[in-house]
Design a protein around this ligand. Structure first.
Ligand code: F6R
Ligand code: MG
Ligand code: MG
Length: 371
């Protein structure tokens, strides 16, 4: 059976700063998803939150970029915004950057990752949701899980996977329309590495298995400051990754997260910290961070979802959470000095740029040659 898995997420307000949505907001989203299942818009759905973002996981048969499904998600976020406003929550409607819905949430603020699949007899997949980071946070773990035998032993041990994977990578600095390059491992390994090393600009949009042409992973690529032209909150991306059999195993997909990679995000979207793999429904705390990533495992059959398995809720990840805290603290000791604070063109608040402009006028050029 052909099924579409859609994950659409947005920050529409939170309790205590940018920390988590209220119970009433989550309840409203759940109520709407239940109604949409009843009215047969969706086959199934789940509502979760990661930090201050609510994620709607939805299954249906309407294909990707379906305007009814996108409108449903948009209207749900309009409703959770109303709840947030009625409770006096902070940042109500933060990610709803446009006044009226126009067919697709892409380019309007909410992040989306969708794939249409022919269900395998057993169809396990993982939904990743991050807070206080940009979509480039998936570059390292998706590349490692699909291209690197250090993490994906299947690339050596499972004949199914040896033809490698194709990466669709977007240049998100090109805002007029989508600008995408298609490269394959193993052949283009170094070219892919050359792009992915800059996760603020080149971002994995999807991964496809070479042998079968099946979609292995999709990730949201929206960068809010590119849409709004100014800082309106970090992008806080989502990804859907299929696992097992012809794809990396669930454990191989999780393996790269043990690095606790440094990423740009955290406080004011402008600091490098280590990504902490967290349990579902984890809040934001230290320094408006740290940057967090949750992972929920599901199986889907005829569009019906199982309960979620909370993949980072396991004692192994306690050690990684401690490692991430230590790495973040080590970076934070450096305060505002680069690379603790991000590069100039990635400063999400305009203060630094305005100050530099003002100070530039006060610089004196010594021994300037006569004109
Ligand atoms: C980061 C984030 C927070 C805010 C910070 C200041 O994505 O959401 O770190 O940037 O709390 O928020 P405002 O400017 O809303 O007071
Ligand atoms: Mg927020
Ligand atoms: Mg957020």
């Amino acid at each position: 059976m052909k099924v579409t898995i859609s994950v659409i997420k947005a920050d529409t307000g939170s309790v205590g700063g940018h920390n988590r949505p209220s119970d009433a907001m989550v309840a409203k989203a759940k109520e709407r998803v239940a109604e949409a299942i009843k009215s047969k818009l969706l086959i199934d759905g789940h509502v979760t939150f990661t930090g201050d973002d609510i994620a709607l996981l939805m299954t249906h048969t309407r294909g990707t970029d379906n305007s009814d499904v996108h409108k449903f998600a948009w209207d749900t976020f309009v409703e959770t915004t109303k709840v947030a406003k009625s409770q006096g929550l902070y940042g109500a409607g933060q990610d709803l950057l446009k006044d009226a819905f126009s067919g697709n949430v892409r380019g309007m603020g909410p992040g989306s990752a969708e794939m249409e699949i022919e269900e395998r007899p057993a169809e396990p997949f993982i939904v990743f949701a991050g807070d206080k980071c940009g979509p480039g946070v998936f570059n390292h773990p998706l590349f490692s899980a699909h291209a690197d035998p250090y993490h994906n032993a299947g690339l050596l041990l499972a004949p199914d996977m040896q033809a490698g994977f194709t990466f669709h990578i977007m240049d998100v600095n090109h805002t007029e329309n989508d600008k995408v390059i298609t490269l394959k491992v193993p052949n283009d390994y170094y070219d892919i590495a050359c792009l992915l090393r800059d996760p603020n600009r080149y971002i994995i949009e999807s991964v496809v298995e070479n042998a079968t042409g099946l979609t292995a992973a999709v990730a949201s690529t929206s960068r809010l400051h590119n849409i709004a032209g100014k800082y309106v909150g970090k992008d806080d991306p989502v990804a859907i990754v299929r696992s097992q059999k012809q794809f990396p195993s669930t454990g191989e997909i999780l393996s790269p997260w043990a690095l606790a990679q440094f990423t740009l995000g955290d406080n004011r979207g402008s600091h490098h910290v280590a990504v902490m793999p967290v349990k579902q429904n984890t809040i934001i705390s230290f320094f408006d961070g740290p940057t967090i990533m949750s992972a929920a495992g599901y199986c889907v059959h005829e569009g019906k979802l199982t309960e979620a398995v909370d993949l980072f809720d396991q004692p192994f990840w306690d050690v990684i959470r401690e490692k991430a805290s230590k790495k973040t603290l080590a970076m934070r000791e450096q305060g505002f000095f680069n690379p603790a604070m991000g590069p100039q063109d990635e400063m999400e608040y305009t203060g630094v740029m305005e100050n530099l402009k003002r100070l530039d006028a006060k610089f004196v050029k010594r021994d300037e040659p006569a004109k």
